[in-house]
Design a protein around this ligand. Structure first.
Ligand code: NAD
Ligand code: IPM
Ligand code: MN
Length: 347
């Protein structure tokens, strides 16, 4: 019997709902497999925990998380705790503490999904830098002025661009597109572009190009079929992927793998969406982003057939369009949609 220990951080709002359903789905996968077991260690860290303890997680939270096969996170952040505090004290320290410098975000119109675009040829990945850049947290507020710094290191920039090129090469892709804004960001993005130029020269077999982020946002809508691998800084990748998921019909669809490629530390998987306070407690959050994140996790744990089974089951439910949640036009609930996926898994 193969056993995996998963650290779960359901977090806040709909994060709790989708992780609950994620666990039910994982248990169904284990049951179907017969030789697979998941053990869960659930951490209560959240905004509610903050209000009790004055912090989002214990001081040694990252150390507590380390001893596991993978981490699953729902979403953190809720009214009552400023967003910059909830994220600064939990999500970002995990991403940087475990050197999860790759944030892999597939944008693919799964069978059964309906895009709001007049285009159903959408299948690309955004590879987001996840450890520095605009998210370095440095700067100051002084009187009538705020200064927000970005840090782009050669090491950090080079490794994410190289990862994107390697990903393309190893996954049958032919194109890598770099998101820039070097017309306005005259230090950080000029530096990013120079490193992109140096790295892409090592991959003559790839068609590499760059586009300013504003033009690229338009290109996402106009020509998603021309995208294969997009590499972007931390902030640009964040913004592009909510856009990308919306192109699949809902922000509740896309997953996010925070990867430490060297495997020195655990990776963390989560849906790209947040805690959605506007629908929290209503039981209608779309669980697909979480299920897809779990499939990415299973693949990383070398359980490819279980990952495939999960995605096939999700697609069957989407195609049948029964029990789907309201964000994608259905009348179902989070639990009902999960029941349908579980039924497919156990078929
Ligand atoms: P959000 O993603 O929570 O919500 C944006 C919109 O999308 C809302 O209308 C919401 O109802 C809808 N939505 C999101 N996920 C959905 C789902 N699964 N099914 C159906 N509809 C869904 O973004 P926000 O409102 O900007 O942020 C809310 C809170 O979440 C903030 O505190 C923010 O900082 C936090 N946040 C956390 C994470 C994370 O933990 N990884 C990610 C994004 C935002
Ligand atoms: C995401 C979220 C986070 C990010 C926020 C909550 C800090 O939007 O995971 O996409 O910007 O990385
Ligand atoms: Mn985001």
């Amino acid at each position: 019997m193969k056993s995996f220990l998963l650290n779960l951080i359901p977090g806040d709002g709909i994060g709790v709902d989708v992780i609950n359903e994620g666990v039910r789905v994982l248990n169904a996968i284990a049951e179907k497999h017969g030789g697979l077991k998941f053990e869960y260690n659930t951490l209560p860290w959240s905004c509610a925990w903050y209000l009790e303890h004055g912090r989002m997680m214990p001081e040694d939270g990252v150390t507590i998380l380390r001893d596991c096969d993978s981490i699953l996170l729902g979403a953190v952040g809720f009214p009552g705790v400023p967003d910059h505090v909830s994220l600064r004290d939990l999500l970002l320290p995990i991403r940087t503490g475990f050197d999860q410098y790759v944030n892999m975000r597939p944008i693919k119109l799964l069978p059964g999904l309906v895009s709001p675009l007049k285009n159903d040829d959408i299948d690309f990945v955004v590879i987001r830098e996840n450890s520095e850049g605009e998210y370095c947290g440095k700067g100051k507020t002084a009187g009538d002025m705020a200064l927000q710094e970005s840090i782009f290191t050669r090491k950090g920039t080079e490794r994410i661009i190289r990862y994107a090129c390697e990903y393309a090469k190893n996954n049958g892709k032919t194109k890598v597109l770099s998101a820039t804004k070097s017309n306005a960001l005259n230090h950080s993005m000029v530096f990013w572009d120079s490193i992109f130029d140096a790295v892409r020269a090592e991959y003559p077999e790839l068609e590499s190009s760059q586009m300013h982020i504003d033009a690229l946002a338009g290109f996402f809508i106009m020509h998603p079929e021309r995208l294969e691998v997009v590499v972007a800084s931390n902030l640009f990748g964040d913004i592009l992927t909510d856009l990308g998921s919306a192109m699949l019909g809902s922000i509740g669809i896309s997953p996010s793998g925070n990867i430490n490629p060297e495997g020195k530390y655990p990776s963390m998987f989560e849906p790209i969406h947040g805690s959605a306070p506007d629908i929290a407690g209503k039981g209608i959050a779309n669980p697909v982003g979480t299920f897809w994140a779990i499939a990415m996790m299973l693949e990383q744990l070398n359980e490819k057939s279980s990952a495939d089974l999960l995605m096939e089951s999700v697609c069957s439910v989407l195609k049948a369009s029964i029990d789907t949640t309201p964000d994608i036009g259905g009348k179902g609930t989070t639990a009902g949609m999960s029941d349908a996926v579980i039924k497919e898994i156990l078929k």
